[in-house]
Design a binder for this molecule. Sequence first.
Ligand code: ADP
Length: 515
Amino acid sequence: MFALRRQLGSRYYQTPILYRTTGQFSVKVLFTTSEAYPLIKTGGLADVSGALPTALRKLKADVRILIPGYPQVLKNVKNLAPLTVLHFIPQVGTVNLLQGEMPDSDTPVYVIKHPALYERDGGPYLDAMGQNWVDNPLRFGVLSHVAAVLSSGFSPLTWKPDVVHCNDWQSGLTPAIMKFFSTEHAKAVFSIHNLAYQGNFADIWVGLLGLPPQSFQPEGVEFYGDLSFLKAGIVYADSIITVSPNYAREIQTPAYAYGMDGLLRAQSAKLHGILNGIDDQQWNPQLDRHLIHSYDHAHLAGKLANKRALQQQLGLDMNTEGPLLAVVSRMAHQKGLDIVLDAASALLQDGAQLAILGSGDPGLEREFTKLAKDHPGRVSIVTGYNETLSHQIMAGADIFLMPSRFEPCGLNQMYGLAYGTPPVVRRTGGLADSVSDTDISTVKGASALKKGISTGFVFDLATTEDFLICVRRAMTLFQDKQAWHQLQQNGMKQELSWTHSAKQYMAIYRKLIKP
Ligand code: ADP
């Protein structure tokens, strides 16, 4: 766009485009993301990007997804066809834009086709060795530029979004690019799904990505001498959303902000926390195509049958008395799996079984593999990414473990609630917003269980001791079949779908585009 600006001179600032929506839709949104289920998924961002657009479209928002053309995306998007060519993208010149639809809905998808950038073996962010692709600033700089072009007066498309909704650092430059190069552009919403990933790169990328030199200052895109994609999104977006109200508060404090707390406090007037929902078509034990036995809150026998099938599949003893504890997670320091590892022998001694599905930190993978080897029939570890098994574990386990050190929202604890697998969580971020502790040793606690308020188990400190006390509370209640049944029902009856959250997003979009 920088090159385009030089070519067009002052015309760049005079594009007569009006950003007003008409017709059956109330607002037009370009939802820009680096992953979306079921096209490609590495974590919760994909779940959100798959489900939120659908929920918003049900509320009559014309949401269209923009995503890089990784091989999986090119393969999975329905009715994919060439749409247009975009010029003047820094470093790469031109990119082809394709259009298709999500495989399981009619949500339109714009795909950036650039084979050299996106069509390679490995993941969207990491190569086959687990290292960041060295050209990530370029790969996601291009995503950010394309989103900015499509959301400004320079777009060759007749469809002009009112709002560009950017997600995480990978599209964080978009609001900045729009502000620098165009007076007529959509409003920018920037969602932070995890502040720990900031997209900070050497300052040479400022020029390479066509950003004006004056943008590289503490009030702009500079973060301690680096270009920060995340900071660009925070500074230049019209509205910032993070994925739970509690995390929105936490990231304004030094303990959770990786140096960005002052910046976020300064931007607090435009910062909102909206709790994620879950896709109740994909994550619903009544409809789940990955399960051998379907069930719901009134018919929990199917859950026990799933437990037996899971034990058999994972080579665990076919014991139905002790609780089967489970983890499905990225193996990262954030997730506190080292705490699970430290507590494991005590929990096994108490009669629990443990099923782990995860990948990431090679040290943790090794330790869990050793644990499983030392406890055949009691511990199972599956490394790698396995969508089907993640559903089967959620259905077959009794208690879900999530001792995260921080957790912007977290989805697995909500899947646990929906599947009658009460979660044990640390009181942080979205975990604190979505799980309510159970303690029947007090009159108040017993009444909260009866009234449907208690849904899981919550502890405060990220220590083995606190975690162990909490899991033991859960295991004790597990032996009280009536109370446990009530707890499962409480979770399964929670309203966890996207409907409520999508309305909150709509309110923000509407406020931004109000004339
Ligand atoms: P995060 O986005 O931080 O990884 P979330 O709880 O928000 O954590 O979302 C994680 C998503 O990724 C969930 O849908 C979870 O089931 C899935 N997931 C994580 N690890 C695996 C794995 N190894 N195999 C299958 N699904 C996984």
